[in-house]
Design a protein around this ligand. Structure first.
Ligand SMILES: [Zn+2]
Length: 258
């Protein structure tokens, strides 16, 4: 999973600002219980300018699975779902309609992750539920899904060596990490094999050459540092592998901020 920064694109923010005028209509439909996904204007939150701006902010990668994708083949993801919020298999609450055009709620995600997430948005037990008039209190709501804008994936997710696969597999460090893996299918077969190929054919040979050159492993030399950088495809995966291979945690953390 990525850590995603704010959307710093004036054109995209100006387009999203237009969504404000939609909110009274959405509020009325929500109060009547008639709100449908077609009530939201995808020409605003899903337009090319907004999608491309999110895509660039995330260096062309899906915020959840870290793969890189073309902008035109992917989707704008609402972290808090706009129409309905599925808390469990048998509980669906109204969605967060007032965040449909909020740049802090929008992310760039691949079609597969987007389809798996759908309207899932479980909360921690006894968590308050965010409501439109409590927008400023969003930190009080405790989502189970990790938020790429607020959460550090390293606190909840890692990769561990898996003998059976002869590669690294995603693992949870917290209940939220586990729920995120489950809902987004971050252990799905296609990703397992992608990471395996990346590790064996690309990462492992580079790491091996670096380890040979520096038995001390004090800092990350440039080729490895770039693969672990904030804009790198599978950068978080790479950082977890480097930690496991004995590179100094502060050097790996520094690469993530480079
Ligand atoms: Zn994805």
């Amino acid at each position: 999973m990525l850590r995603v920064g704010s959307l710093n694109d004036d054109k995209a923010r100006a387009i999203l600002e237009r969504g404000r005028s939609e909110l009274p209509r959405l509020e009325a439909a929500a109060k009547n219980g008639t709100l449908k996904s077609k009530d939201f204007d995808a020409e605003i939150y899903g337009c090319r300018t907004v999608k491309d701006a999110l895509w660039k902010t995330q260096s062309a990668r899906c915020c959840f699975c870290e793969r890189d994708y073309e902008s035109s083949h992917s989707t704008v993801e609402h972290f808090r779902p706009k129409t309905s919020a599925r808390r469990s298999a048998d509980q669906i609450d109204p969605g967060y309609w007032w965040l449909a055009y909020d740049p802090d709620n929008l992310l760039f995600a691949c079609v597969v992750c987007n389809n798996l997430k759908r309207d899932w948005f479980p909360l921690a037990p006894r968590s308050p539920v965010l409501s439109p008039d409590r927008k400023k209190g969003s930190r009080r709501e405790r989502p189970m899904l990790l938020d790429p804008r607020r959460d550090d994936p390293a606190a909840h997710l890692t990769y561990v060596w898996w003998d059976r696969l002869q590669s690294y597999a995603i693992a949870a460090l917290s209940d939220r990490g586990l729920k995120t893996i489950e809902i987004l299918g971050l252990d799905r077969e296609a990703l397992v094999w992608l990471r395996r190929r990346y590790y064996h054919y690309y990462l492992a040979p580079i790491i091996a050459s670096v380890e040979e050159a520096s038995k001390q492993r004090p800092l990350l030399p440039s080729p490895v540092r770039e693969l672990a950088g904030p804009d790198a495809t599978l950068g978080f995966f790479t950082r977890c592998v480097l930690l496991h291979r004995g590179f100094l945690p502060h050097a790996v953390a520094k690469a993530a901020r480079a």
